[in-house]
Design a protein around this ligand. Structure first.
Ligand SMILES: [Zn+2]
Length: 86
């Protein structure tokens, strides 16, 4: 199974906060996404790539279910940055 690439770009113009490019195994997320919302949208876009036939409503339902469960189990993003551009 091909690796899914994740990139970040402000997506205001597209009226979305995340995009999945099914043909390229690539996800674009708005860098302003934080915390649980970031987690949910990341899972959501992964599910679009893994399940291209699913309707939007099904992706929303299943990504929220997975996000809520993993969040309840205390999975969080860990920032291990050791250098700063500032
Ligand atoms: Zn979607």
């Amino acid at each position: 199974m091909a690796k899914i690439k994740v990139t970040y770009r402000k997506l205001g113009k597209e009226q979305v906060i995340g995009l999945a490019y099914l043909d390229h195994n690539e996800i674009e997320l708005d860098p302003r996404l934080k915390g649980k919302r970031h987690f949910e949208i990341l899972i959501h876009e992964i599910m679009h790539i893994q399940n291209p036939a699913w309707e939007e409503a099904e992706v929303i339902r299943k990504s929220r279910q997975m996000c809520n469960l993993l969040w309840r189990e205390q999975y969080r993003r860990c920032d291990n940055t050791s250098k700063s551009d500032l």
